[in-house]
Design a protein around this ligand. Structure first.
Ligand SMILES: [Zn+2]
Length: 211
């Protein structure tokens, strides 16, 4: 459900836009709920433990968060106001060095020394104004696609692996370029993408170590 950009979702999406037309949207209306990155860390942010297959899932305003156990889930939910900020601070720290743009993706203005760092569904956007946050919330598909394209353009050349991160197969013309947490990931096919999303944090660590 947090996977984006599957071709079979396209007709439904087009229909959606046809039906909603150019009607103005408020920032609170979270459209396109399937757009966003899965939780990109290998650890539970509460316990520091490595996530196992039986992790617990939390959805916080469309953001996917994984924790190691039901105790951590209760704790996170009870303290979500602080915990989400802690998590997002960590995501900002990890994704800032990967961020591919020097201009605000919404306004086109050059980013200042300290831009507004905004985590939306586990993805860092660096912005020139508070109002730009609302634009991203209103049209996440548009801005995720733009940012994906910028990440692919920037990171393709120096991508460190010639093999699929999940299957280990040599990458061919049929390989897919996937972006998560501002990191390009190259996979043999969509089947590997499903496996990747079961444990993105683990694969991102392996990729980081290969650099
Ligand atoms: Zn736990």
């Amino acid at each position: 459900m947090f996977t984006k950009f599957f071709p079979f979702q396209l007709p439904a999406l087009l229909l959606f836009f046809t039906l909603t037309g150019s009607q103005p949207l408020t920032a609170e209306e979270l459209i396109e709920p399937e757009i966003g990155d899965p939780y990109p860390l290998e650890i539970c942010i509460l316990s520091g433990e490595t996530l196992e297959e039986d992790y617990e899932l939390i959805e916080h305003q469309g953001q996917e968060i994984r924790v190691c156990c039901s105790d951590c889930k209760s704790k996170f939910t009870a303290e979500s106001y602080i915990r989400v900020d802690e998590l997002n601070a960590l995501l900002i720290k990890e994704q800032t060095p990967l961020y591919p743009l020097e201009k605000c993706i919404v306004t086109g203005k050059a980013l200042e020394q300290s831009p507004i760092d905004f985590i939306f569904r586990n993805r860092l956007f660096r912005l020139s104004s508070e109002a730009a946050k609302d634009k991203i919330k209103q049209q996440p598909t548009k801005y995720f696609d733009m940012l994906d394209a910028a990440v692919i353009a920037k990171q393709s050349k120096n991508y460190p692996l010639k093999t699929c991160l999940v299957s280990g197969k040599t990458l061919t013309d049929g390989a897919i370029d996937h972006v998560i947490a501002n990191q390009l990931v190259r996979l043999a096919d969509f089947e590997q993408l499903a496996a990747f999303e079961e444990n993105p944090g683990k694969y991102l660590r392996i990729l980081h170590e290969a650099k």
